[in-house]
Design a protein around this ligand. Sequence first.
Ligand SMILES: Nc1nc2c(ncn2[C@@H]2O[C@H](COP(=O)(O)OP(=O)(O)OP(=O)(O)O)[C@@H](O)[C@H]2O)c(=O)[nH]1
Ligand SMILES: [Mg+2]
Length: 452
Amino acid sequence: MNDDHVIVAQATPPGVAGVSIVRLSGPDSKIKKMIPLLSNLSVSAVKPRMASFAYFYDQLKNKIDEGLLLYFEGPNSYTGESVLELQGHGGVIVPRLIIEACIYHGCRQAEPGEFSLRAVLNDKMTTLKAEAICGLIHADNEAQARAALRSMRGDFSEKIANIEKRIKHFRVMLESAIDFDGEDINPNTSLSELVIICEEIEKLYHQTQEAVSVNHDQHVCLLGPPNAGKSSWLNRLMKDDVAIVNSEAGTTRDLIEKRLLIKNRWVQITDTAGIRETKNTIELEGVKRAKAKIDSVDLVVWVVDVNDLSDLDTLSKDLPKSLITDLKRMLILWNKKDQHKVIQKDLNWRSHSVHCVSSFDEYDVRLVLDLISKKIIQPTSDAFYARQRHLDILIKINHLACEVLSHSQEKYDVVWVAEVMREIQLELDKLVGLFSTDDLLGEIFGSFCIGK
Ligand SMILES: Nc1nc2c(ncn2[C@@H]2O[C@H](COP(=O)(O)OP(=O)(O)OP(=O)(O)O)[C@@H](O)[C@H]2O)c(=O)[nH]1
Ligand SMILES: [Mg+2]
């Protein structure tokens, strides 16, 4: 996968800006050759890690910009190879001309993530750290950025390394027992060590699940009978007039999806058609889509009208039982409380707290935002950055651990336990990016941006 081409890319986003940086990475002799081709400077005039003022040239040696030229001599650079950075004025044209000149002189446009990939291949960082850097670049809220920083600092790798150390130690114990025909092994000690390892794996699996979820939006839908005030609530939460509100029942038919940041968490909120029996084919389709949404969301905000004469048992007849019993996945609002001085409605229903609110009331808007944020998963203060790739591997590892543990409690087979531990260790190596195939590396770094 690694080649000795000099790669080049714009490291800053294209467009109008104060500064733009074009970055090159490759073998030292080739990088040095580029210095006088791209600028007015000779190689001897450039000192590693020192900024030099330079004029930049296009492929015909026309002066096109002026700025700073930086040379990092490998391995003391981001990629571990020699790196050249040309920092010129921002804009679309100048960086493009510089890159064209580089390609004219034999460089190759970098693939997405190729600078980071070279850094990993040159042992400048682990795959986990490179992935965390990618997470930091793509973070779109503070919680994600903090989690990525924790992974860059090594929190995730440290957790993996601790488990791996334990497994290695355990394997030595098992292997020697196998070699000496079980003489040295105490099955009870060995089983309790196995229990600890499996518990640690399970803990890491759950932490990784949480870490992956930090990078994804939470999904919330507004559900309830027609005219209860669902669209009014969407508008109030979004602080915008995004959905039509009308006193006529059956106003909303399509799903209306909006994105909102609630206390550090991106939430997709969907307004739905009021659920009722209807002969209108368009509304019927709306009701079908609303019901279909229930299973795929993390939280259902069930909006009911305090003026409704029915009780919650009757109103909930269209809701799946699994939702009603799930206290974490449902938030119930008696809406339009402003129309009553005294509200004689259930405020506790099947273990749910039911909240009386009005979409007209600013205080209630803040209350509902707070209630939603408490129901959806909030990243813990030590959450780290992880991707689906890591979770997929941990699902496999956790499955292996659960299997070996449940069988071992009935019959302890040292040879089999040793074999499974070896398999788990290989999977842990994949997790940190050791022994990765070219395909896997391509997949990991393909999701990076160009120039990183
Ligand atoms: N008094 C009062 N009226 C409200 C409140 N919330 C909404 N309404 C009114 O209730 C009516 C229906 O509101 P919508 O937001 O359109 O209700 P909906 O649940 O989206 O209705 P459908 O789309 O038909 O299912 C409108 O006239 C709103 O102004 C509230 O808190 N108090
Ligand atoms: Mg509506």
